[in-house]
Design a protein around this ligand. Structure first.
Ligand SMILES: C[S@@+](CC[C@H](N)C(=O)[O-])C[C@H]1O[C@@H](n2cnc3c(N)ncnc32)[C@H](O)[C@@H]1O
Length: 220
């Protein structure tokens, strides 16, 4: 399934951005310079707008406490969100599928200052697989940018969220709703989680959703 910019307007400049060998951002008082490699690794190797918007939400809007929290990022790609969460003071596990990990590790090493490298790890997490490698319900924050786009992965992504979250975990998903099926994921998520839209970036057409796991109702 091809992942393409949503608007034809600006599509050319968006494509040009994806093909740049690097992308530079300023978050959490730091310059973050990420290597990109679209030709070699495709969607995992470029920074998507959803990641930028989620970083803006975490850093600039300050509505979620990040400092001192344990966080895990799913489908991290180049790692922007996880890196910014670490710069904001979280203990972060940054994950993706195995082919994405080399570039991801390079970006983490290059952008996380030596004194906080110990609070960041990069590891493989293919949704729905080997979930026991990750502690169940142990994270304060689960972060995901532009990870809702492949319908066949929705059940595995939901199982992953269910495993990682307790009812105290806050899930933040930054999404570009490209197709009707993307909304279908949110409907599936609502079966076990309370989901609300907490931010919308109209310039980039990115929605940020906050989800928390519902505690099962006690039978009376
Ligand atoms: C559109 S990219 C978004 C990358 C990054 N979060 C960003 O916004 O820049 C989607 C990411 O999801 C990851 N992904 C897709 N299917 C996955 C799966 N089954 N398990 C784990 N990661 C997956 C891809 O490797 C890729 O890094």
């Amino acid at each position: 399934m091809a992942l393409v910019p949503y608007n034809t307007e600006g599509a050319l400049s968006a494509l040009a951005k994806l093909h740049n060998p690097s992308a530079t951002f300023h978050f959490a008082g730091h310059e973050v310079r990420l290597d990109q490699d679209w030709r070699r690794s495709g969607v995992a190797a470029v920074v998507w707008d959803a990641a930028i918007v989620l970083c803006m939400y975490l850093d600039l809007l300050g509505e979620v406490e990040v400092r001192g929290k344990s966080a895990i990022e799913l489908g991290a790609g180049t790692g922007l969100v996880g890196i910014v969460a670490a710069l904001l003071g979280a203990q972060v596990t940054i994950t993706d599928r195995e082919p994405a990990l080399e570039l991801l590790s390079t970006n983490v090493r290059g952008n996380v200052p030596a004194q906080i490298q110990h609070s960041v790890s990069v590891s493989e997490l293919s949704w729905g697989s080997d979930l026991d490698r990750y502690p169940a319900g142990a994270y304060h924050l689960v972060l995901g940018a532009d990870i809702v786009y492949l319908e066949e992965t929705f059940p595995a992504l939901l199982r992953t969220l269910d495993h990682l979250c307790s009812d105290a975990t806050v899930v933040l998903l930054a999404c570009k709703i490209r197709y009707e099926r993307d909304s279908k994921f949110l409907d599936m998520l609502r079966k076990g989680f309370t989901v609300e839209e907490v931010h919308y970036d109209s310039e980039r057409d990115i929605h940020v959703y906050r989800a928390t796991k519902r505690t099962p109702r006690m039978d009376l």
